[in-house]
Structures are given as C-alpha cells and as structure tokens.
Design a protein around this ligand. Structure first.
Ligand code: DLL
Length: 426
C-alpha cells in the first residue's frame, strides 16, 4: 500500500500500524539482538495490538550497534545487501549500516520527495557539496536528485575555491551542503571578489548538524537563496527522514510513512505527550536491510502538528544533542544557545568556537567569535563586553569573550566542530 500526500491521518496511522507489525516481526525473526532484547522484556511482536504499544518495546541505542559490530544488526543475508555505509563515531568503532536494493530505491524516493518539497523540480541542476563516501550525505542526495530528474553535479566537500568557480560557471539551482560549509562557500565568493547573493542558486538544502535562524538569515542574505533544513541520520537511513517544506517553513515534515517518531524524556525514557520537548526516538517502517526499532537519536526537539492539508507531523529544528550538552559550573548549555546570543550583536559573524577549561577547581568558558569584515578593530573590546553581558543575561553563564579578526576561525568543509573541551576527564 502506498500513501499519497493528501491522505488522511487515519489512513496514515493504518499504514504505519501494518508496516510496524511487519518490521517488528522481521526484526524478531532475523536479528538475534532484537530477539534477545524483546525476550528479556517479556515481549514478542504479537504484543503490538495498536500503535501505542510500541512504547512497551525496548529502545535500540548506538551501544547495540557497537556490540554487534560490524554486521550483527543486519536482517538479511549479505547476498541481499547492496550498499554499506558507516558513520565515524567520536569514540570507538564506526556505526555500520546496510541497505538492500529495495532500501536504496526507498531512500532515493524519499530524497526526491524532500528535494521536491524544498521546491526542486526535474530539470534543475543541483550542486551536491555533501561528502561522498562512507558518509550518507553525498550519495543520499545524489540518488535523490537523479530520481527526481535533476542534473546532479557530484562535487563533494572541500576545495572551496573550485566550488565557487563551478557555481559561477554551471549556474546550479540548488545547493546541498552542511550549513557551516554553505557559509564557508559564501566567504569564498567574497574572497574571490564575487557577489554571492547574485549567484544562480535558488534553494539550499542544509543539514547534518545543528544550525540556527541566525545562520539561516546569514546564508540566505549572502547566497541569495531560500535555506531549508533537512534532517536524517545514518542508523535510520541517512538523509531523508524529515524536510522543511518550502510551503511550511519553520518546522520539518517527518516522512512518517517510513519513520515513526516518538519523543521521550532523555533521562527516564518515558514517552512524553505530543508537543513536549525531549529526545527524538525513531522506528523504521520499511527498511529491510537493517530495521531500527525505537532508536534513541539523542537529538532534542519536539513534535508539532502537520501543516494544513497534510497528514504527517512535523518536528522543530533540532536544538542540539543530549550528548552535546555542556555543563558549565552546573549550568546546562547547548552551543546553539550561544549562537542565538551572537545573533543579537550585529557586529559579529556566525563563526565561533567554545573552549572549556578548568584551570583550578572551576570550569571556565571562553567564547571566541569573529568580527564582521566591516567592524572596526578598535571596537572589539566593547563588542566582547557586550557579548559576555548578553551570555550572562540570556544563558546564565559567565564567559570570557574574545573577538577575533575576520577569517581567523577555522572553516568547516563538512560538519563543524565548534567545541573544544580541555577539561580533565573525571
Ligand atoms: O548527518 C545524515 C544527513 C546528511 C542529514 C545530510 C542531513 C543532511 P550522521 O552522520 O549519522 O547522518 O549524523 C546524524 O547529525 O543524529 C543529528 O545529531 C545531526 N543532524 C542531522 N541533520 C540535522 C539537522 C547525517 N538538520 C546526526 N539539524 C543526527 C540538526 C542534524 N542536527
């Protein structure tokens, strides 16, 4: 059964239930790890009598993938696996994911749907600056563009001067990149003496890392395009889970016919009522190669009602990951909160670095932020004081702020690394 976009909520829930029953049965029958975990919880797939029963089933975490490394979560024989991707974890072994041929088709279809929802059309030229290789971003967007009937330019990440030259010469309509790399490209336009805001790009599809309205405004102004958010993760499929649609800006529509979302309390794991903020938990409804049951994403967001005339719920922009949360002298802090504060000081650019140290007994937070090119150097002290005051007032932590010269903070070519935690490990 397929679902058209204007289907009712009831038919969507019906489809989800049918698919969920099948995926639980497949996971139980084919993956020993699921069988053991279900059994330990005293459950089998027959205990799913309605959608809400999913909450009784155990979570899957990165730990499960690590314990079964590399292929233990696959639900089909290797002969049926058509592609393997991996994401480099910050600790230990990478996370490995496998796709059947039919999974690859589903994925391309979801990416084509995302590009169309962003305003892309067959015949558009897309400049794909997501990294190709084991990372899911490059190939995920690539096949989605082809599936839609667009002309895909497989540039990949890096060699930024050449990216600008290609955009200038090939005149693409859509840019696909991490938001931090889109800013790096915008800077390179300026460095080459070109006006990025007059380039050919119409739409940007940005994701793979948290970003903010501040960055959206900056990217839109400097590249003259509409910047839309795209969310996904390797364990579930890669990119292709949720897309901010051009006609429903402000939240991302979750492709709920393929992924079932829940929001849980990150500490207790309790399912939270709709609308409350917490950790996103996702279940794949159609993946064959590697079904994921109640995967703890660690991403913090909330579920919102569907946009008018659509059945699929939306999610708020991801504010950060529960494991990215910094605790500075007991105060919880997300890098995105600092980014939001920087938006209030117009003399600084959205390039920053947070450095945490503990010279004595207490944590110290240093915020290094870049001045805009037109900011006068003599003002840096005054700007630093103002930013420190705003951080204290709005976030509640004391920070030492340093305003650096334009272009001095390392630029990203993929996912930005903005936090340097130099505190001794406990
Ligand atoms: O980053 C897949 C992807 C590629 C998504 C290209 C969007 C565009 P991973 O490398 O496994 O997969 O990283 C997944 O990145 O759990 C989030 O923490 C973060 N993330 C992804 N998209 C967003 C977003 C890809 N739009 C992890 N906003 C996820 C905030 C995001 N964080």
């Amino acid at each position: 059964m397929r679902l058209d976009e204007a289907a009712s909520v009831e038919s969507l829930r019906g489809l989800q239930f049918e698919r969920l029953k099948a995926v639980l049965a497949r996971a139980f029958a084919q993956v020993p790890r699921y069988r053991e975990k279900f059994a330990a919880a005293g459950l089998d797939p027959g205990d799913l009598r309605e959608l809400d029963d999913l909450g009784k089933f155990p979570f899957t975490t990165k730990e499960d993938l690590r314990a079964t490394y590399p292929f233990g979560m696959f639900a089909v024989p290797m002969a049926e696996i058509a592609r393997i991707h991996a994401s480099s974890g910050t600790t230990g072994k990478p996370t490995v994911v496998g796709y059947t041929r039919s999974d690859l088709e589903t994925w391309a279809g979801l990416m084509a749907r995302s590009i169309r929802a962003a305003g892309g059309r067959p015949g558009d030229k897309v400049h794909n600056a997501y990294g190709y290789g084991l990372f899911t971003g490059g190939l995920g967007f690539h096949y989605g563009g082809e599936h839609l009937g667009a002309a895909v330019i497989p540039v990949g990440g890096g060699a930024t001067a050449r990216q600008v030259q290609l955009i200038d010469d090939f005149r693409p309509d859509i840019l696909m990149a991490t938001p931090s790399y889109a800013l790096t490209i915008a800077d390179e336009f300026a460095r080459q003496g070109l006006d990025g805001s007059r380039c050919s790009l119409r739409i940007g599809m940005f994701g793979a890392e948290p970003w903010s309205e501040f960055m959206r405004a900056e990217i839109e102004a400097r590249l003259g395009l509409t910047a839309l958010d795209h969310y996904g993760l390797s364990e579930l499929i890669g990119p292709g889970v949720a897309q901010e649609c051009a006609d429903a800006i402000g939240a991302l529509t979750i492709w709920e016919d393929h992924f079932l979302p829940e929001i849980v309390d990150p500490d207790s794991g309790q399912v939270l009522p709709e609308g409350e903020a917490g950790e996103l938990v996702l279940t794949t409804l159609t993946k064959e190669g590697m079904p994921m049951i109640r995967f703890r994403t660690r991403d913090l967001t909330r579920l919102l009602p569907p946009a008018r005339g659509r059945p699929m719920r939306r999610m708020e922009r991801v504010k950060g990951r529960s494991d990215d949360m910094l605790i500075v002298r007991g105060v919880n802090l997300f890098p995105s909160q600092i980014e939001a504060v920087l938006a209030r000081e117009e003399r600084v650019a959205p390039h920053y670095r947070l450095e945490l140290s503990r010279p004595g007994r207490l944590d110290e937070l240093a915020v290094v932020v870049e001045a805009r090119a037109e900011t006068e150097f003599q003002l840096s002290e005054e700007i630093a004081e103002n930013v420190a005051r705003l951080i204290k007032m709005l976030v509640g932590v004391t920070a030492r702020v340093q305003v650096a010269a334009p272009g001095t903070i390392a630029r990203s070519e993929g996912k930005a690394a903005r936090v340097l935690d130099l505190r001794p490990k406990q």
